[in-house]
Design a protein around this ligand. Structure first.
Ligand code: UDP
Length: 482
């Protein structure tokens, strides 16, 4: 008799922060849980061809990557359209190609797994009688906030949005206004709030919600999500903690920055990066450069041309000073810091850097993938949130997990000055950072245990695999009876 093998179709929305964890989930299902996997990626073809993340060497045989063409949405957006709304529109426009691709498959997948921006595709899963799951590539806290949003009454919204009172979510610590989502702050994109609450309503209609976290990291929030007296009445679907799913260190990590790290003392280097999209203002970039210089710490800084709201296009015609310093960094910065710092333009091999023994601290925008990469390497952080749910992540890292420090000045509230930057950099790397370092290493051990065989996250995916096998058998029995 032929063995039935579950087949999961995963749908990833554009952006490295979404593609990376979806790919890792796909690999994990294929390698450890006996699935065939198809990952549908909504992205420009060039991003796939160029990215090492999608190289055939890093993907197992059981995983197939299918590109869904990115439709031109320029006629559907204008200058006020937020990134979230743009992502939602891109995913909506990709639905017909997803439907056509699934319909053309010889064997229909057993389950469809979508990320936050793909929840409209849950209806496609229903059309094809597939199980449907949502994969939250962030925290359980973020999931809780998102599904709570549609249940908020007008008074609560007014108190948070207009009066800037903390956001009360059943069973969770209140979210301070300064740490809140963009959608409470962005007053110009009229569709943002409606789209986001729609997503919050659609998530609980799934057969299961997968979250890139683990039981011991967020026990109270996970309890709130299950407890019928708290959020359990809105969650409805079972919540599966499946993390930390992070990109492993590549086999060939030879590069200038890695060679430089090889020559530095253990845990002596602070790594500075704001994710795949984070960009600072010109003034903030200057202050950060001076701050790193004043701190006297060794550093690796992934630097991007600054972006000011009112900067003219010419601003990006970057030229260099005599020592090669781009003109958006202080004159002579390269010369003065060449003995202890490396500047990497645009993109660095982050997982490799954070795994390097010389790295002892991470100045981060607190995107969840970056945060997980820091935790799995036991590296304490300086939390510097910029947008999306990063403020909530920062609050959790500092106040609940005790593995990060934060500046007194909030990035949203103004420019963080050089002295303060120098101060936090010295703190995290010096004796004051020892407590955070110890905590980061404790969390690292918990993270490793969760994904090992028998760990809570491994068990969650085993459970999902069982559900898929049951579905597969019922489909095949139906087909035989027909
Ligand atoms: N990343 C990288 N090199 C860079 C910047 C980012 O490899 O120079 C990777 C990083 O390791 C992480 C992802 O891009 O896996 C960024 O995801 P995250 O959730 O941290 O932030 P986002 O980019 O979504 O804001």
């Amino acid at each position: 008799m032929q063995t039935l093998k579950p087949h999961a179709a995963l749908l990833a929305s554009p952006g490295m922060g979404h593609l990376i964890p979806v790919m890792e989930l796909g690999k994990c299902l294929a390698v450890h849980h006996g699935f065939d996997v198809t990952v549908f990626v909504v992205a420009p073809a060039s991003s796939i061809e160029e990215s090492p993340i999608f190289s055939s060497a890093s993907a197992p045989n059981q995983l197939e990557l299918v590109l869904l063409p990115l439709i031109d949405i320029s006629g559907l957006v204008d200058s006020t359209t937020s990134i979230v709304t743009q992502l939602v529109i891109m995913m909506r426009e990709a639905l017909p190609s997803l439907r056509a691709a699934i319909s053309a498959m010889r064997a229909r997948p057993t389950a469809l797994v979508v990320d936050l921006f793909g929840t409209e595709a849950l209806a496609v899963a229903e059309e094809f009688d597939m199980l449907k799951y949502v994969f939250i590539t962030s925290t359980a806290r973020f999931l809780a906030a998102t599904i709570h949003l549609p249940t908020m009454d007008v008074k609560a919204q007014h108190e948070h949005r207009i009066l800037k009172k903390p956001w009360e979510i059943p069973g969770l610590e209140p979210v301070r206004f300064e740490d809140t989502f963009d959608l409470f702050v962005n007053q110009t994109d009229k569709s943002l709030y409606a789209e986001y609450t729609r997503i919050g309503r659609e998530i609980p209609t799934a057969d299961g919600i997968l979250v890139n976290t683990w039981q011991d990291l967020e026990p109270s929030t996970l309890h709130a999500l299950e407890d019928g007296k708290l959020l359990g009445r809105v969650t409805k679907a079972p919540v599966y903690t499946v993390g930390p799913l992070v990109r492993p260190v590549g086999p060939n990590s030879e590069s200038e920055v890695m060679n430089w790290l090889d020559m530095q003392p253990v845990e002596s280097v602070i790594y500075v990066s704001f994710g795949s999209g984070g960009t600072l203002s010109a003034e903030q970039t200057t202050e950060l450069a001076w701050g790193l210089e004043l701190s006297q710490q060794r550093f690796v800084w992934v630097v991007r041309p600054p972006m000011d709201g009112d900067a003219s296009a010419n601003f990006f015609n970057v030229s260099n000073s005599q020592d090669g310093t781009p003109n958006y960094l202080p004159e002579g910065f390269y010369t003065r810091t060449s003995d202890r710092g490396v500047v990497v333009p645009m993109w660095a091999p982050q997982t490799e850097i954070l795994a390097h023994k010389s790295v002892g601290g991470f100045v981060s925008h607190c995107g969840w993938n970056s945060t997980l990469e820091s935790i799995v390497n036991g590296v304490p952080m300086v939390a510097w949130p910029l947008y999306a749910e990063q403020g909530m992540n920062a609050a959790m890292l500092v106040e609940k997990l005790g593995m990060a420090v934060r500046s007194r000045t909030r990035p949203a509230g103004g420019v963080i000055g050089r002295e303060e930057i120098a101060d936090v950099a010295r703190n995290i790397m010096g004796p004051k950072g020892n407590g955070m370092r110890t905590r980061a290493k404790e969390l690292q051990r918990g993270a490793t245990a969760a994904i090992c065989k028998g760990g809570s996250s491994h068990n969650s995916l085993t459970q999902v695999a069982k559900e898929c096998e049951i579905k597969l058998h019922s489909l095949s029995a139906k087909a035989l009876g027909a």
